[in-house]
Design a binder for this molecule. Sequence first.
Ligand SMILES: C[S@@+](CC[C@H](N)C(=O)[O-])C[C@H]1O[C@@H](n2cnc3c(N)ncnc32)[C@H](O)[C@@H]1O
Length: 222
Amino acid sequence: MTSEQAVPAPQMSSRNFTAGPLLSFLASAVRSPGQIGAVAPSSARLAGLLASVVPTSGRPVVVELGPGTGSVSTAITGRLPAGSRHLAVELDPRLAAFLRRAHPELEVVDGDANDLTDLLAARAAARVDAVVSGLPWSLFGYESQLGILRQVGAAMTPGGAFATFAYTHTLPLPPARRFRRTLHEVFDEVVVTHTVWRNLPPAYVYVCRRPRPAATGVPAGG
Ligand SMILES: C[S@@+](CC[C@H](N)C(=O)[O-])C[C@H]1O[C@@H](n2cnc3c(N)ncnc32)[C@H](O)[C@@H]1O
């Protein structure tokens, strides 16, 4: 039996279709609290703001990190033109299996964002137009944060953008301030959006552009 066959069927009957993602999310949060880092999936409002960095024309390649049960994936899919690619890198194999069934439009990648460069190279997607993250940064150490962000910056096309979120109540805390400094280490431009109050808990988004050559090893504009 493969690991995918061992995954319990998701809650997808017409009666409980909307409960499927939430129950899957909560099950993962209980099973792996040190990997999820949230009490609920992102709201449609927050998902829409995160997805605003996704191009709506051409045939863009978009990478989503930590898609979970797909709340942000839905917002990204809604913007993508035909012929685009949407790769979704998920560490939790059960969530990855859930996503494959609930979001067949995604290229779900069972993998760790810490290995982003290799994961993208293996899928002939070395350069990407946008990266959208749902990763629980507060659960990662500085080295891991920096390593992932450098790989994100190195993968982005010159006009590309990266979006990620943080919870508003954590803003004054040292880990959140340190993460913001790390974003500035890697990106020349870091914009903080308004607070999305319709999210549990309220959150804001960082939109980052122009990765620094010194941080990513990629020459400016290259
Ligand atoms: C806070 S949840 C976000 C889920 C969804 N994007 C949302 O906003 O509702 C974090 C997700 O990141 C995944 N994750 C955690 N560490 C990861 C890693 N190193 N690589 C890839 N995914 C990871 C978790 O399994 C989980 O699905």
